[in-house]
Design a binder for this molecule. Structure first.
Ligand code: CMC
Length: 430
């Protein structure tokens, strides 16, 4: 894999650093010998140029705005595939044939129910708890229920844990929503597809029939596909770091949910909708653009910018299309939030600040508008992101556990604190 090397000269010593080439993307400098040979660490806050692992799952070309799952462009998967198939692809590396798909769907479907005692956890939360707070708790709590899939050294137990996580996330997410409404929990319905089942658990009530709208189920499925994985983002890196210590998969995914919650990551979809509501009218856009550009104002245009994409996020383009489909289906013509979002996007994309910094709309810019049209409250947006990303987290966790080079994650630091000094008695301190 090492095709060439780079030379580093430091304090009269020369070190040859191998340069590793992946199947796509920039080459990578292998610095593993740096400390033992030159007594040097590297400094890279936010891991902006640091590869933490080898991976075969997802590839992003941020300059060209390309996203591939196992080699397949996201646009093709969003158009032709479904979330179960994409989940299989992420977990196993290839698209399933008919038999493989049937078996996989059947296994996942049959793990959809949660232990009845898990219901008790919900009762311990305040009704107005943020559903992400509930998710961090109840997903971590799964480790207390499924002891037969906690041995991470056993590939079969790892696989069962992955089915459980994938299958139970919609149930747990819908329960968090129902709890906030004070409505009864709805059990999964195995005759329905993954997304339709989730919508039913969110919106059905025991006193009347609930027919899932196929357009909305399709749109939800597409949203799940678009969010399913995104290589080494903050939450995935968190799942890998937690998993590197040997923690069980349920605990690792709970850690990923916590990392996803922040507004710079998965929480951005909720923040976009709040921002659009706050702007309120197209006439106020210039004021907010001005604020976003002001270094002394912490305000940022939510749903804009990305660590990796320096071009239009390919997921945002698909999301924009889905947005029209859903709004049409719901009979929401000229939705004021969409009008506002389109105008904000237009103005920002013509603004020198956003152009020069290559700040484009990201996946979160349009998802909130679709969710809102579906009747999903803003507090659930990030939960749905977590539900979709679970398969990516699990695939990355599985890949890490099976990697012979895997080590506990343990970053170093540039210490800037006080150097060693002696303890002084309290009466001698100034
Ligand atoms: N509005 C205004 N200015 C921005 C924005 C924005 N949304 N995003 C970045 N900038 C500026 C930033 O101030 C900085 O300027 P300067 O170089 O003068 O200091 C420059 O652009 C580079 O930004 P950065 O913060 O150094 O870039 P980053 O890679 O550390 O941050 C980001 C990436 C996504 C956290 C950031 O763009 C952001 O906060 N965006 C808004 C939140 C958002 O939409 N997040 C969702 C990301 S996509 C889904 C996901 O990953 O979960």
């Amino acid at each position: 894999m090492s095709s060439s090397s780079a030379q580093l000269i430091y304090q009269g010593k020369t070190l040859n650093l191998p340069v590793l080439s992946g199947s796509d993307g920039p080459d990578v400098l292998d610095i593993r010998e740096l400390y033992s040979s030159l007594n040097l660490f590297t400094y890279d806050p936010g891991f902006t140029v640091t590869a933490n692992c080898e991976s075969k799952i997802t590839f992003i070309d941020g300059e060209d705005g390309r996203l591939l799952y196992r080699g397949y462009p996201i646009q093709q998967l969003a158009e032709h595939s479904d979330f179960m198939e994409v989940s299989y692809l992420l977990l196993y590396g290839n698209l399933p044939n008919i038999t493989e798909k049937e078996k996989f769907v059947s296994c996942v479907t049959r793990h959809g129910m949660v232990h009845e005692q898990i219901r008790n956890f919900y009762g311990g939360f305040r009704r107005d708890a943020h559903p992400m707070a509930i998710m961090v708790g109840v997903v971590g709590a799964l480790s207390a229920f499924y002891h037969d899939s906690l041995d991470i050294k056993d590939p079969r137990q790892r696989e069962i844990a992955s089915y459980r996580l994938l299958a139970k996330m919609p149930t747990l997410a819908a329960m968090a929503y129902k709890y906030s409404l004070g409505q009864p929990f709805v059990y999964p319905q195995n005759s329905l597809g993954y997304s339709a089942n989730f919508l039913r658990m969110m919106f059905a009530v025991p006193c009347e029939d609930y027919i899932v709208n196929p357009v909305l189920a399709k749109a939800m499925d597409r949203i799940l596909i678009l969010h399913a994985d995104h290589e080494q983002n903050a939450s995935t890196a968190t799942v890998r770091l937690a998993g590197s210590s040997g923690a069980n998969p349920f605990a690792c995914i709970a850690a990923g949910i916590a990392a996803l919650w922040g507004p710079a990551h998965g929480g951005a979809n909720e923040a976009v909708l709040n921002m659009l509501s706050e702007i309120g009218d197209v006439s106020r856009i210039p004021e907010y653009i001005k604020r976003a550009k002001d270094k002394n104002d912490p305000f940022r245009l939510m749903g804009f910018g990305h660590r990796v994409y320096k071009n239009y996020d390919p997921r945002a383009a698909v999301m924009r299309e889905s947005c029209y489909e859903v709004l049409n289906e719901m009979g929401v013509k000229n939705d004021p939030l969409l009008v506002l979002a389109l105008e904000l996007e237009r103005i920002a994309l013509e603004d020198e600040y956003f152009i020069s910094k290559k700040l484009y709309p990201n996946v979160d810019f349009y998802s909130g508008i679709i969710f809102k049209a579906m009747g999903i409250p803003a507090s659930m947006f990030t939960v749905i992101f977590a539900l979709a990303r679970t398969v990516g987290w699990v695939a990355q966790w599985m890949e890490m556990i099976a990697d012979p080079l895997q080590k506990i994650g343990r970053p170093r630091q540039l210490y800037q604190g006080v150097v060693e000094r002696n303890y002084t008695e309290i009466n001698k301190r100034v």
